[in-house]
Write a protein that binds this ligand. Structure first.
Ligand code: ADP
Ligand code: MG
Length: 378
């Protein structure tokens, strides 16, 4: 999905007010009726209607009819705009550049951050692929009536950010986390390629040990990556790995911890065997090499991403089949080696320049009518 930041240029404050009203309204309404939008956006005399139809035209919201009434729903593009606007107000994203990754459950862009430095914007898109399946059986998620893709993508981004932060603070080789809002995470841009795209690593044995040590060290801190494979390990020029992609991390006290741990280990063993013809008798075993010495998962919970959030997200990802979504190499797909260098899709840039907080349509609106976007700055 493209991120057409250029169109942000044409968004007025009132457009955003209405878009935010639909976001807020969707906490209580599956389809938000127009009078609720008008009320929440504080726009007088049906003034919301014009903005509603503009937003529909721009495909930031969608019209929907249920048995009782017609109303509106936020779609991903609208949610992107809300997040982008908040991030740009905070100054953590100042323009949008190239898309560098399209995962099943995410879109990744290089963007300009504070001081024009390059950072990565990851937009979580949980349920993009298999939303229909989940839709039919998601009733137990529905107490809050918010669209589950929106809620779950936000949880996924919150989780990724919380784990990245705690791991970074404890000296793990992960990107430096920068910011998070809604379904978006902003992080350091790591100048490195995924291991999947690398055919020569010098001495495979050294890298193999480094990676196995990393799995063990994580477990000593009470954590299992859960998707530890050649797609989620970036390798820098100096040969050091950087671990990314954390929405599926689990605690070593998880019921199936040994399964997840062994799967991570097996992914690396299989990859090294097939790509580098490297096999070792030595590999870590859950319970033997992984005794917990610290409790990082407790710290993550303390950071605001609670156990309840964790278990809700986990259930949802299980339904989507998104646990271990990158999947490590199977015998078949390793033959098509360097098949996945990312395309260099160009997307347009975005920037705005006021400082209203999230959801804050009650705050003073003395900013310019339109947002100035600098395009293609990167
Ligand atoms: P997904 O959840 O879709 O698998 P990832 O977080 O694994 O998303 O990112 C997908 C791809 O985007 C990675 O394989 C990598 O090429 C690129 N990428 C992600 N994060 C970064 C980063 N911080 N620095 C550089 N490239 C990154
Ligand atoms: Mg990944």
């Amino acid at each position: 999905m493209r991120l057409d930041a250029k169109a942000l240029r044409y968004m007025s404050n009132d457009d955003f007010r209405v878009l935010t009203a639909i976001e807020v309204g969707s906490r209580n309404h599956n389809i938000v009726p127009a009078p609720v939008i008008a009320q929440l956006s504080h726009l007088r005399g049906g003034g919301a209607n014009k903005h509603i139809s503009d937003l529909v035209k721009r495909k930031l919201i969608a019209t929907e009819q249920n048995a009782k009434y017609k109303g509106y729903k936020l779609v991903y593009a609208g949610y992107d705009y809300l997040a982008l606007r908040t991030l740009s107000k905070r100054g953590t994203v100042t323009s949008v550049g190239n898309q560098i990754g399209v995962g099943k459950e995410s879109d990744i862009f290089v963007v300009a951050g504070e001081d024009e430095n390059e950072v990565v914007l990851k937009l979580h898109r949980l349920g993009r692929q298999s939303f229909r399946n989940v839709k039919q059986k998601r009733d137990y998620f529905r107490q809050d009536q918010s669209p589950s893709w929106m809620y779950m993508s936000r949880l996924s981004a919150q989780k990724e950010y919380a784990f990245m932060k705690v791991l970074h603070e404890h000296g793990f080789p992960v990107p430096t986390p920068v910011d998070q809002n809604r379904h978006c995470v902003v992080m350091e841009f790591v100048e490195a390629f995924p291991l999947r795209q690398i055919s020569d690593v010098g001495d495979p044995g050294t890298l193999y040990s480094t990676l196995m040590d990393l799995i063990v060290r994580l477990a000593k801190y009470g954590l299992i990556h859960g998707d530890f494979n050649e797609f989620n390990i970036l390798l820098k020029d100096d040969g050091t790995p950087v671990l990314i992609d954390f929405p599926q991390m689990v605690s070593t006290s998880h019921l199936n911890a040994d399964y997840y741990f062994n799967r991570d280990v097996d992914c690396i063993r299989t990859f090294f065997k097939r790509r580098f013809n490297y096999e070792s008798m030595l590999y870590p075993k859950f319970g033997l090499d992984s005794n917990k010495e610290f409790d990082l998962d407790v710290q993550v919970a303390a950071s605001g991403f609670t156990k309840k959030d964790q278990s809700q997200l986990e259930k949802y990802m299980e339904e989507l089949g998104a646990n271990g979504k990158d999947e490590c190499s199977s015998d078949q797909d390793m033959d098509s080696n360097d098949d996945d260098l990312d395309s260099d899709d160009q997307v347009s840039g975005g920037d705005d320049d006021d400082d209203e907080e999230n959801d804050g349509f009650d705050s003073d609106d003395d900013d310019d009518e339109n947002y100035i976007i600098e395009t293609d700055k990167l």
